[in-house]
Design a protein around this ligand. Structure first.
Ligand SMILES: NC(=O)c1ccc[n+]([C@@H]2O[C@H](COP(=O)([O-])OP(=O)(O)OC[C@H]3O[C@@H](n4cnc5c(N)ncnc54)[C@H](OP(=O)(O)O)[C@@H]3O)[C@@H](O)[C@H]2O)c1
Length: 257
């Protein structure tokens, strides 16, 4: 039973791990003795986050610059991780973006950007780590959805389409790779205090109060609130859990108000 949450010496890739939710999850893994790879585009933020994790937790931590919408770059990233750290056990598809507009105001490049940033990216990264996980005899893929995997919103057409798609893709990958001992699950965060939602709070009047009123726990989540669920879904404790979408939302999705 002691091994249920043993993540020592595993290698986890966290896309978008240089800030926000991804960083909360990356730090959670590092606190369990897992070597972590942070994948993002901003070099300063990525280097700073990797240094901080190495110093705080004493694990190996690589910061790799990669646009996760770019298939060639994603393949190279997965190869580099294997070369440098020798294996890939865990992938968290967390990188994501949003563009808020009414449906009639989006142009196709907005649509393509959001779908590529949130959904295509998760597919490309999953496909790129699959050979290493198969060769290693096990794997854990965690996709980050959203409350918009369940609900819609007037200014969320591409974002909610991408996050609904994340759940369906999670189920399909879970079915495809179960026999290879690769579990694929999704986490659906509620409202978490990050750069993404700080921007939303500026754009949507009253958002802060609405979130606090609707969330039974009465507060915004913090990035570290996602770490425990990610650790569970990355560890042997969840070996018979695959294809699920687990809200981590302080009760938001349970509350009709
Ligand atoms: N915050 C919330 O309340 C909330 C709720 C539900 C779901 N989510 C989801 O949780 C995930 C993280 O969100 P967050 O709030 O932590 O946002 P955030 O603070 O804006 O972080 C997004 C991260 O993704 C990276 N990223 C974006 N596009 C990328 C690309 N093409 N290639 C590589 N990295 C990329 C960014 O790094 P670079 O800019 O350096 O590339 C950054 O590290 C997203 O999928 C978001 O949709 C957030």
């Amino acid at each position: 039973m002691n091994d249920l949450f043993d993540l020592q010496k595993k290698v986890a890739i966290v896309t978008g791990g240089n800030g926000g939710i991804g960083n909360g999850i990356a730090r959670g893994f590092a606190s369990m003795g897992t070597d972590v790879v942070i994948v993002a585009r901003n070099s300063q933020k990525t280097e700073a986050a990797a240094n901080e994790i190495r110093e705080a937790f004493g694990v190996r931590c690589l910061g790799l610059l990669c646009d996760v919408t770019d298939e060639t770059a994603v393949k190279q990233m997965a190869e580099e991780v294997q070369q440098d750290l020798g294996r890939i056990d865990i992938l968290v598809n967390n990188a994501g973006i949003n563009i808020r507009k009414l449906p009639q105001d989006y142009d196709t490049s907005d649509w393509d950007q959001v779908l590529a940033g949130n959904l295509r990216s998760a597919f490309l990264c999953s496909k790129s780590v699959y050979p290493a996980m198969k060769a290693g005899g096990s794997g854990k893929i965690i996709n980050i959805g959203s409350m918009t995997s369940i609900f819609g919103g007037a200014k969320l057409a591409p974002y909610s389409a991408s996050k609904g798609g994340i759940v369906q893709m999670t189920r399909s990958l879970a079915c495809a790779w179960a026999k290879e001992n690769i579990q694929v699950n999704a986490i659906l965060p509620g409202y978490i205090d990050t750069e993404l939602t700080r921007q939303a709070r500026k754009e949507i009047e009253g958002l802060n109060d609405t979130v606090i009123a609707r969330t039974p726990t009465g507060r915004w989540g913090k990035p570290h609130d996602l770490a425990g669920t990610a650790i569970f879904l990355a560890s042997p404790a969840s070996d018979f859990v695959t294809g699920v979408a687990l809200p981590v939302d302080g009760g938001y999705s349970s509350n009709l108000l």
